[in-house]
Design a protein. Sequence first.
Lengths: 278, 303
Amino acid sequence: MKAIEFRAVDFSYDNGGFAIKKLNFSVEEGEFVAVLGHNGSGKSTLARLCNGLLEADGGEIEIFSMPVSEKKNLYEIRKNVGIVFQNPDNQTVASIVEDDIAFGAENIGLSREEIGERISFALKAVGMEEFRHSTCTRLSGGQKQRIAIAGVLAIRPKIMILDESTAMLDPRGRKEVMDVVTRLNKEEGITVLLITHFMEEALRADRAVVMNRGEIVMQGTPQSIFARHEELETYNLSLPRIGYICNRLRDGGIPVHDTLDEEQLAEEIAQCVLRQSI
Amino acid sequence: MRITAEHLNFTYNPSSPFASKALKDVSLTIEEGEFFGIIGHTGSGKSTFVQHLNGLLRVPTSLKKYKAKKPKKGEILPPKTVLTVGEFDLTDKKTDFRALRKHVGMVFQYPEYQLFAETVEADVAFGLKNFSEKKLSDDEVKDAVKQALEIVGLDYEAMKDASPFDLSGGQKRRVAIAGVIVTRPEVLVLDEPAAGLDPLGKKEIMQLLHKLHKEWCQTVVIVSHDMDEISENCTKAAVFSEGEVKFVMPPSELFRHADELFSLGLDIPRTAKICRALEQRGVTLECDFTTEDLIRKALALKG
């Protein structure tokens, strides 16, 4: 079943110019899709169209076969599509962590016991159990973001959209969040739409999509996308540094394959160098 | 301006249940002309440290209400705190902190959230007007704003009347930086200057900082989580952890201490990871951990 489906969707902001242009795009249930693109490529607009935060000008968007354009579906759709945004400061609604996480769950009318359990589950998933009774404003940016993710998890959405949610986190925080997201996808079967410009994060996805000026310009497995580095550069996306190193080494006569793994690259360099010294 | 800190301590909310020690006996020197990196995990005290540099956070002895306590008999006094930025003694009540702030520019995380004026020109001019001792003529303000916008790579004529809120993320950040450097600070401190930008935006901001370092600000201090950014750009770096300074050395030495950094919850640059993996395979590659040097040395190994 298709979790998200866009058919010829158009969208433009008030100041004119298309943000999304005749977009056809779909995500299967349980799939993990990464959306890459430079700033202003339309990737965040795509996220906001998914649960009706923005309304498309043309075309059709369906979430589990429910059209987003029909108002009566919105409540159900928003229960199924959780979005985590970039800035943790804009996503906190309560002063105490557990109240903040409970907010969404309370809104969908769950029982008190159920909410309690979901808070525990969500806090555990993001590794913040010890902060249950902390004051939100006293948390660091990374911790706040994990609380925001926990708030979404408490609704147990079928689809989770992360709109550059790790951009403000430090490397450890980023890895923790990505581990959580990957696990939720693999074990709980949550469909994940990951919007990012960290290429390394996109590697975890089943499929990567590159957007430019409101259109999808590249699509495939993350590895196959990264192999097309020259094309990526024309969309203002630069390769992860290691990809650049691979290229340059190859140009210089060390026959290495494209990889994003340091160990593998080192192995190939070592083989080349050691072979020569024998 | 040389920055020197010795035995610097700082506690948030002292003598309250929320008291938390953010800096513990920090000693650190940043020489004039350096492109200095400050690394540390969330909550390591790095932001607390940099906020001392322009007096946003103060050493208690520099506060008007500070009264020296007489030591009790037999009490051993803690070592004296030293904090100087060039000529300014930041532990002294008589220091002119306003003048200090003119010399030490501070760009916060996500500075674009602090844009407020109706036009780009008014936004950039705000700090300039506030810091100047005499009233500046319109032409003087215009000139300074124009130069500041141009050095950050924005076209003055095209931008001056635009609302800062209509600009793209990268442009907003440039305007915000222009608003700080317009007073021509000698020291420029930036908290995570490239955070949240796409790879191209990151590259452009780092290029801008190098340009500023070369032409306008003698000393640049950046706080960063991104080890690649540190290894590629900085002449020296300090590692903060739990309020203490663990290392102060050039990146080329620092990232040899991979195991210690891992144990502090920090990472090493990709280049250092490759060198480490090579070493485990019996290939020694000595490089300063910049990408270009790694490539050069690797190709030299091949011969």
